[in-house]
Design a protein around this ligand. Structure first.
Ligand SMILES: Nc1ncnc2c1ncn2[C@@H]1O[C@H](COP(=O)(O)OP(=O)(O)OP(=O)(O)O)[C@@H](O)[C@H]1O
Length: 779
């Protein structure tokens, strides 16, 4: 151990000693607090005098109750905070910090040594910082500058100074394993070490090696919308998660984790990233897939297709006669133009076109659809649309009240009373007994009892009808959506712009609705129309929305999200080279998103450096896409990706299994055999699983599995594997240009090793530039 490391280790020991002392102190306090909380809970009512005889007594009781509850919540809050701090300190005991900057601030004669870790540590006085949180303003210097002049922003203004030195440490179990003076070392040693490691069941935080561009994303504070376009493996997801940790730190007085929502591609991804924030001492944000949201809102009314069913159809249904119309329909329904058409359509409904359902009771029409429509269009049309609907609802509820009175005297009610079950009868009887109290002789028992029974029966019968009216079921949204595709509506409203196969799209959409189905591309438009008519169910408590894999969302969906979360700032992260959904046209980019909040409220950051894969893998994958030369590889060496051509499926399976064994001998934790579709994955799994322990990943899979998996490319989005085997990259499978992005996505999942197999002639994607960066094995 050289002298420098020894000195640093001594300092580290002192820091760990301080941490240990703080842990013991908090442990003592928490057990005391815990007792306090248990005690308050146990004796909550003992100390409270409950007296409600007079108003003053009542008031006193309420005040006492409130005070007691406040004490309890304070003690619980303090206990929770101490518990959280304790787990942070325990983590810090292992790795207290990872970096140091020696900085001389302008006007100061002193050079300060600032150690940076996952959380702040002060000495016993609480005034002197031993470690700075990585999110503190001064820590940004660590990420943003090499030694030399620097500046950083604080709430009090910009501070300038000179960064004399920057150190990186690797500490494990309280021992310094290595340390680097970054002005002397070439390349980023620690990043090399981190990236060279194998995968884990969960993604890890990257705070010790955040790169400058990523730091810009994490700390970005300007504007309503931040757009991040980043190459595969450039750290978009990582930046998004560290950004959440940063926001929670910076706004800790007013922002809670459940006011942040992350839209993620699938449940497996949710599980994969679930450890990053807890690792940083923060609670996880809300996480949801767009599909989960749609399901929550729509499954009552339809059989809703999920995005994977849609993709699977597109990947395997080329021979279907309606294939061409379906693709055109998907693109059209994802467009801003369709969004605008729906808005115009909704406005036109103010004059005419609303479709209602009549209200029936016991088979008899109480109000016909026509009567509701007349009532609606005769209400004062200077009123806002929603107020007119509200008036309609009130009117229908009043009609129901009248009907209730009328029904009470009908013979069917008498009949039902006779057949009433014993339990129901008992219920009414008990109620009556209670009500009668002391005034025993004050009414005619039989008559009142019968009246009560009648009311109970009628109310029960009307209950679901009343609920349906309250929930606006008398508006036939399905019919109104279907009407949007009528020839007349099309001619009148779809007047600007042009859509290929417009008429066919209309016919096929109406057919789908008649079958009680809702395709994925129709789900958001349908929901939008519903919200525009019934009133938007927006969520104002959410302050930040982050959308990962944003290339998979249509402009339409973004407009929708904006309306759904009106108080939120949005961060959108994606890579349009990985846009695999069919609504992604050739020209897909994030430019259209600028119009969401306007140019002045939008900031864009591009990430070109890729960290996931070895240099050799990047050199190959960037040949697969236009403008790929812009992607920079991180200088981590590995083997060239290999293309193996085989002549039969049997040979393919033999070779793949032998490769898997080879990978296993190299102790790779995760090996993925990536297929084009779920159908191909299932077939590959059938053939391969007999020869080794292999798991099949399907759309419902919730956990990121270690070991060997067979997985369709679209489910491998956002995640990574030590080694990737492309199951069949032949002309037959990847012959169509539209599959280029899917193929690129599959190949870019590999961290250390990429093997590509083809039965017969390889895909055209593997020709030209790509060939040079591949090692070809057999012909
Ligand atoms: N600054 C960094 N320090 C250490 N590791 C990093 C850094 N940036 C990215 N990585 C690693 O690179 C890999 C890719 O990161 P991430 O998944 O965040 O990229 P992405 O841009 O979301 O990728 P994709 O679009 O392909 O899904 C991860 O293993 C991540 O931990």
């Amino acid at each position: 151990m050289n002298n420098e490391i020894r000195q640093e280790q001594e300092r580290l020991n002192e820091v760990i000693d301080t941490i240990s002392k703080q842990i013991s102190k908090i442990e003592g306090e928490t057990s005391k607090r815990k007792k306090e909380v248990v005690n308050i809970r146990k004796h909550f009512w003992d100390d409270l005098k409950v007296n409600i005889d007079t108003f003053d007594d009542y008031l006193e009781t309420i005040i006492g109750l409130r005070q007691q509850a406040q004490d309890l919540s304070q003690s619980e809050g303090a206990h929770r905070y101490a518990f959280k701090r304790l787990s942070t300190l325990r983590r810090m005991q292992e790795v207290p910090y990872f970096g140091r900057i020696d900085i001389t601030e302008e006007g100061s004669p002193l050079t300060e040594q600032i150690y940076i870790g996952t959380s702040t540590l002060t000495d016993a006085t609480g005034e002197n910082f031993i470690i700075y949180d990585w999110r503190a303003p001064v820590s940004s210097v660590y990420y943003d500058y090499p030694p030399g002049p620097v500046e950083y922003s604080t709430p009090g203004g910009v501070i300038r100074g000179m960064l004399e030195n920057k150190w990186q440490y690797t500490i494990k179990g309280g021992v310094i394993e290595s340390m680097f003076d970054t002005s002397l070392t070439i390349g980023d040693e620690i990043l090399q070490q981190v990236l060279g490691k194998g995968t884990d069941k969960h993604m890890h935080s990257i705070v010790s090696t955040i790169q400058r561009e990523q730091n810009r994303i994490i700390r970005n504070d300007r504007g309503r919308l931040l757009i991040v376009q980043g190459a595969a493996g450039s750290g978009k997801t990582s930046a998004a998660l560290q950004r959440i940790a940063y926001l929670l730190y910076k706004n800790r007085e007013r922002l809670k984790a459940d006011q942040i929502i992350l839209f993620s591609p699938n449940s497996m991804f949710n599980n994969y990233v679930s450890n990053v924030l807890p690792e940083l001492g923060e609670e996880n944000m809300q996480q949801v897939t767009f599909q989960e949201y749609l399901d929550h809102r729509l499954t009552d009314s339809f059989q809703v297709e999920d995005p994977y069913e849609q993709l699977e159809y597109l990947l395997t249904g080329e021979d279907d006669p309606s294939y061409r119309i379906r693709t055109a329909s998907i693109q059209f329904k994802a467009s801003i133009r369709f969004f605008e058409i729906i808005k115009t359509y909704r406005q036109s409904l103010e004059q005419s076109g609303m479709i209602f359902r009549g209200v029936k009771f016991r088979g008899e029409t109480l109000v016909s659809a026509k009567q509701i429509s007349e009532r609606f269009y005769n209400t004062d049309n200077t009123l806002k649309f929603h107020n007119r609907i509200e008036k309609l609802r009130e009117w229908l509820c009043e009609l129901l009240d009248e009907r209730e009175k009328f029904e009470l005297k009908q013979p069917w009610v008498e009949e039902e009373i006779e057949y009433l079950s014993k339990e129901d009868y008992q219920k009414v009887y008990t109620y009556l007994e209670k009500k009668r109290g002391d005034n025993e002789d004050s009414f005619d028992e039989y008559e009142i009892e019968n009246k009560m029974l009648a009311r109970m029966i009628v109310r029960k019968k009307l209950k679901s009808l009343r609920k349906r009216i309250k929930e606006l079921h008398f508006i036939n949204i399905k019919g109104i959506y279907k009407q949007l595709f009528d020839e007349q509506t099309r001619v009148e409203l779809w007047n600007e712009g042009e859509t290929p196969a417009e008429r066919e799209i209309c016919l096929s959409t109406q057919k789908m609705l008649d079958e009680g189905k809702l395709n994925y591309e129709d789900a958001t438009p349908f929901l939008l129309l519903k919200e525009l008519i019934q009133g938007f169910q927006s969520n104002t408590s959410i302050k930040y929305v982050l959308v990962d894999e944003a290339q998979d969302y249509s402009p339409f969906q973004f407009e929708f999200l904006k309306r759904l979360f009106p108080s939120a700032r949005m961060t959108v992260l994606g890579d349009f080279n990985q846009a695999i959904f069919a609504h992604a046209s050739e020209r897909v980019d994030f430019q259209t998103l600028t119009s969401l909040y306007g140019l002045s409220e939008t900031e864009s950051i591009t990430l070109d450096q890729s960290y996931r894969s070895t240099k050799q893998i990047i050199e190959f994958t960037r040949e697969l896409i236009p403008e790929g030369h812009r992607i920079k590889a991180f200088n981590r060496e590995g083997e060239k990706p290999v293309l193996t051509q085989v002549s039969s499926r049997d040979e393919l399976h033999r070779k793949i299994m032998s490769k898997v064994k080879d990978f296993q001998s190299r102790e790779y934790n995760t090996i993925a055999i990536i297929c084009k579709s779920a159908a191909e994955s299932a077939a590959a799994y059938d053939a391969l699983s007999a020869h080794g322990e292999i798991k099949l990943v399907q759309k419902g899979t919730n956990e990121y599995e270690q070991g060997v998996v067979v997985i369709p490319a679209y489910l491998a989005k956002g995640i990574e594997f030590d080694a990737v085997i492309i199951y069949d990259a032949s002309m037959q499978t990847y012959g169509d240009e539209s599959l280029r992005r899917l193929f690129y996505t599959a190949c870019t999942r590999a961290m250390h090793d990429l093997q590509i197999y083809t039965i017969g002639e390889p895909s055209p994607f593997l020709k030209n530039g790509a060939t040079e960066s591949l090692l070809l094995t057999s012909k």
